[in-house]
Write a protein that binds this ligand. Structure first.
Ligand code: FES
Length: 103
């Protein structure tokens, strides 16, 4: 496993999210209202939409194309049409930077 710096810890306010790149992968990095950070693959498991262009709804992110929802903590699809979970990544904060664990 390799830790990759993707953002500063102060770059994301609670309730915001954005796309970051790590190891050639597109990742959606989100900070929920209570301050926790989550990272999951930015590609919807249904078709070719970017989750970072969707909406953050509590602890879930909603796909902009057909509105499937994914639980940020587990990647589990909680709303059709997607049924396959999104890949999630461990996140940590080191020296004021957000790092994501790549396998
Ligand atoms: S592309 Fe995301 S739900 Fe269809």
């Amino acid at each position: 496993m390799t830790w990759v710096r993707v953002a500063g810890n102060n770059d994301l306010s609670p309730g915001t999210f954005r796309q970051v790149k790590a190891g050639g992968q597109l990742i959606c990095l989100a900070r929920v209202a209570d301050g926790r950070l989550f990272a999951l693959s930015d590609e919807c498991t249904h078709e070719q939409a970017l989750l970072s262009e969707g909406e953050l709804e509590g602890n879930e992110i909603e796909c902009p194309l057909h509105y499937s929802r994914f639980e940020l903590e587990t990647g589990r699809a909680t709303g059709l049409p997607a049924t396959e979970a999104a890949c999630t990544f461990e996140v940590r904060i080191v020296d004021g930077a957000v790092e994501i664990a790549l396998p």
